[in-house]
Design a protein around this ligand. Sequence first.
Ligand SMILES: *[C@@H]1O[C@H](CO)[C@@H](O)[C@H](O)[C@H]1NC(C)=O
Ligand SMILES: *[C@@H]1O[C@H](CO)[C@@H](O)[C@H](O)[C@H]1NC(C)=O
Ligand SMILES: *[C@@H]1O[C@H](CO)[C@@H](O)[C@H](O)[C@H]1NC(C)=O
Ligand SMILES: *[C@@H]1O[C@H](CO)[C@@H](O)[C@H](O)[C@H]1NC(C)=O
Ligand SMILES: *[C@@H]1O[C@H](CO)[C@@H](O)[C@H](O)[C@H]1NC(C)=O
Length: 446
Amino acid sequence: MVATLIMNSCLVFTATLFIILFLFYNRNDAVLLLPAINLHAAAAAPLSSRYNVTKHNIMRIEQELGEAREAIRRAIKRRNFTISSETEDFVPRGCVYRNAYSFHQSHKEMLKIFKVWTYKEGEPPLAHDGPMSSIYGIDGHFMTEIENNLSPFSAQNPDEAHVFMLPLSITNIVRYLYDPLITYSRDQLMRVTIDYTNIIAHKYTYWNRSKGADHFLASCHDWAPDISRENSGKEVFKNLIRVLCNANTSEGFDPTKDVSMPEMNLRGYKLSSTIPSQHPNNRSILAFFAGGEHGMIRKTLLKHWKGKDKEIQVHEYLPKNLDYFNIMGKTKFCLCPSGYEVASPRIVEAINAGCVPVVVSDNYQLPFSDVLDWSKFSLHIPSKRISEIKTILKSVPHAKYLKLYKRVLKVQRHFVLNPPAKPFDVFHMILHSIWLRRLNIRLPVS
Ligand SMILES: *[C@@H]1O[C@H](CO)[C@@H](O)[C@H](O)[C@H]1NC(C)=O
Ligand SMILES: *[C@@H]1O[C@H](CO)[C@@H](O)[C@H](O)[C@H]1NC(C)=O
Ligand SMILES: *[C@@H]1O[C@H](CO)[C@@H](O)[C@H](O)[C@H]1NC(C)=O
Ligand SMILES: *[C@@H]1O[C@H](CO)[C@@H](O)[C@H](O)[C@H]1NC(C)=O
Ligand SMILES: *[C@@H]1O[C@H](CO)[C@@H](O)[C@H](O)[C@H]1NC(C)=O
């Protein structure tokens, strides 16, 4: 009996998977999919006294999520927005979104109900802390925002939470436990994260009920994916929602379960100030890149283009008299090659500077890809075509460039970090990615 129940809930589990993400990915086929699966089956079952408190809570939560899914589907079917003019000053519209209706409704449902519980165990600096500046700075800002008791997303108790955060800082673990850095072995990192997870899995019932599928851990650090590298980590974290900047799909990043978070270099400019951005007619530089020879892709880029061409300005180190952000503001296409790892902070910098990002990468899952259609406001060049960069960029007609440029301006708000967070900003976008993955699973009521 128990086995059947588990089997059934597994079926629901896998059947539910892909549904919401699929709706997001497929603008046109969405309606066809609607009758496929009766998502309400479990949630609508009558509450009877034989359910105790835990079961009751799970059912309530699943019911809420079921209603949110239904509202999203209705919005897709209706192909219209339900706008409450007093409270909404932004409505996502246009082709930069894979499906503006589902995104609008989904973001709204998230604001309405989504609650995150953060475990209290652990102490700073390894937990409840994180860098606030430099390329991993998004870690600290995300943690601060989630842990803020005043946040509308903060659960008052774990029983009302839809997802649970493991408040570990991979960046701080690496910084403090690997000092001095004499080994690149991930043993210590694995030990701390697995120990922490075992503690909360023993102490509370939440982890075990989905084997971690409604739990997440967020980190921009290059090493973060390695928590699930060895066998023990693979086992413990196989369901965990990993929120990573290093979203390398050939290294186990799973776009249906994991979340790609943008890397932002929080040093080059103030959080709220805008980068000087020129009108497109005033952008005299075709392409620009400046950065160290980190990793194979950049090596190839520098080899082909460094100091070779006036229109393709590729520098290893920018001359002191030149200002990085000023140049971005005067450039049409900003080259954003992967470095030692797939993510590049230049993507967000380019977007903020109104410069069309040219993502030079292989196997990189771009942030918010289930909501944003990157092909509408960026270009992608695989590493094997680096030598053709000039030909590719020269062949973009001016009218197409202007479209790309205008759409870059449209998505800017999704890459802005506001402390405290505002709807549709980068924090909300990351949280929305987590929300979508949570919508894709259903806790078994066993
Ligand atoms: C609810 O059920 C769980 C296991 O299914 C049990 O451990 C717990 O003690 C029960 N709680 C109450 C309040 O009956
Ligand atoms: C969409 O909704 C608006 C009000 O929000 C309404 O005026 C309009 O007629 C609707 N369009 C369609 C096609 O249903
Ligand atoms: C969760 O599962 C583990 C391994 O099966 C077990 O050791 C632990 O006691 C369980 N936790 C709870 C709270 O029941
Ligand atoms: C172009 O740049 C020049 C010099 O920086 C400035 O005076 C002019 O207003 C700019 N034109 C537009 C259309 O932004
Ligand atoms: C992505 O992962 C693959 C497989 O491990 C690796 O070969 C590649 O170098 C990684 N990409 C980057 C940019 O690090």
